[in-house]
Design a protein around this ligand. Structure first.
Ligand code: ATP
Length: 465
């Protein structure tokens, strides 16, 4: 049984605008839903798409040292033995004997005793703290009803093969990273990449989270944007610092997140994964508090060495110039697309009281990621205004997603676009027919200016591309 979530009020506003304005719908809604699944509506899909494109641009296209990859979700199960996921990818689980709620023990302890309360604790130590605390079950409120904490593996199992005899148990990937490691040799030999270089990919991952919660922050199906950066042993510290800084700059300068809503949290020694030399999380201040957005880990040569051992393949890199052969070290910036989506909407959300007392809700997306770039409105649905508006819409559409809206008063149409975060609106009126100019209204200042139709495309291209 899953805990019914009580949403923090500011997260509630985000969930509400996402549903109301077609960003995110509850999954399988007409069948009563399926807990913790979500579908992204028209504006949500655009926003996801824009975030992915922006990431790909800055992590692949603008980097001469990074290439892209698109590997399978289904991999040979030996991959997950080699990577350590079969034995180590566990979260501590407790059950309530009374109401059968399943609870993630470390997060539960943090909820009860504050951030870091479970850091470095073994299962036995967690059991002791939970027993001593005599905490109530968050679902039924009873005390003393918890089972002992035990390891719960987060990988989803499925069956591969059509006939019962041939079917093999395999896993849905819990991260995209391993698909990159197992293709390291392929990429080196087919693209003649020289170290240092990175391989980046975007794709779905699956984790059977014990307590999936906080809207799209923690779901069982999610999308990752990961990059493995291969470097010479001894240079990993420098590259780690480079990528932490690069990721942070991407969030503030490209996505447009506010600096004060971001912080870097370095992992304590006892918190590090067994393969990691250093990890820094970039955290975002979500509606429910600070939470991980981007994990940057110095993964040593652990993964490639393990795959060498388990596959029997030589995965060393031959540095011709220096006449050296080694297993590269790896720095990995791993970002969750859905968490970036939530951070972006949270950061953009504002309610403003205007001079006339009216309250407007506005999403202040940076024009580069806004789901709709420009709203195009004919003042009236007659006298040639729709035809001229449609021709402007057609021309601007080459730049990105535009919206044509001819319904209702102009003020209402502006408000609708404000709520979905459209940075500009163009209104075509009677004067436009004679002087070939239109009114361009900017979302944040609400200022309006008259601009020639002929210059619109280059005016917007500067701002939204
Ligand atoms: P957490 O501690 O929050 O469970 P993690 O440290 O296990 O996250 P990583 O394995 O480092 O996460 O995964 C890289 C990124 O993938 C995270 O920074 C996050 O943005 C995203 N991510 C991980 N798990 C989920 C999930 N269940 N739902 C949505 N995004 C996720």
């Amino acid at each position: 049984m899953e805990k019914k979530e009580t949403l923090d009020s500011s997260l509630k506003d985000i969930v509400s605008i996402c549903k109301r304005r077609g960003f995110v719908y509850p999954g399988s809604e007409i069948y009563g839903g399926l807990s913790n699944t979500f579908d992204y509506g028209p504006y949500g899909a655009e926003l996801l798409h824009n975030l992915k494109r922006l990431w790909w641009k800055h992590f692949v296209h603008l980097r001469e040292d990074v290439v892209g990859l698109d590997s399978s979700i289904l991999l040979n199960p030996k991959v997950w033995e080699a990577s350590g996921h079969v034995s180590n990818f566990n979260d501590p689980l407790i059950d309530c004997r009374n109401c059968k709620a399943r609870i993630r023990a470390d997060k539960f302890l943090e909820d009860q005793k504050g951030e870091g309360a479970a850091t470095g604790l073994s299962l036995q130590e967690m059991n002791r703290v939970i027993q001593e605390g005599n905490f109530p079950c968050p679902t039924c409120g009873n005390r003393g009803t918890f089972t002992e904490a035990r390891d719960f593996n987060l990988m989803f199992k499925t069956s591969h093969g059509a006939s019962a005899e041939d079917a093999q148990d395999i896993y849905l990937r819990p991260e995209t990273a391993q698909g990159i490691f197992i293709n390291f040799k392929n990429v080196v030999s087919t693209t003649r990449r020289k170290i240092p270089f990175g391989i980046a990919q975007i794709g779905k991952s699956f984790r059977n989270e014990i307590m999936a919660r906080q809207f799209v922050f923690r779901t069982r199906e999610f999308e990752q944007m990961e990059m493995e950066y291969f470097c010479e042993p001894g240079t990993q510290k420098e590259w780690f610092a480079h990528w932490v800084e690069y990721c942070l700059r991407f969030l503030t300068e490209q996505v447009g997140l506010k600096k004060e809503n971001l912080k870097i949290r370095e992992h304590e020694k006892e918190e590090l994964s067994f393969y990691s030399e250093a990890t820094s999380d970039i955290e975002y201040k979500y509606g429910f508090g600070w939470g991980e957005l981007w994990g940057i880990a110095s993964r040593t040569n652990y993964d490639l060495s393990q795959h060498e051992k388990f596959s029997g393949e030589d995965l060393k890199y031959q540095d011709q110039a220096a006449n050296k052969k080694y297993v590269p070290y790896v720095v990995e910036p791993a970002l969750g697309l859905n968490r970036l989506f939530l951070a972006t909407v949270t950061d953009a959300y504002a309610e403003e009281t205007l001079a006339d007392g009216e309250v407007r809700t506005v999403l202040r997306f940076s024009p580069k990621i806004a789901p709709v770039k420009v709203g195009v409105f004919p003042l009236m649905k007659k006298d040639g205004l729709p035809e001229l508006s449609r021709s402007i819409f057609g021309e601007l559409s080459a730049l990105g997603n535009m919206e044509y809206d001819d319904g209702g008063a102009i003020g209402k149409r502006y408000r609708r676009q404000d709520e979905i975060g459209t940075p500009y609106c163009v209104t075509v009126d009677y004067e436009s027919l004679s002087d070939k100019t239109v009114t361009v209204r900017e979302r944040d200042s609400m200022s309006q200016e008259r601009l020639p139709i002929a210059g619109l495309k280059s005016f917007f291209a500067d701002k939204i591309l």
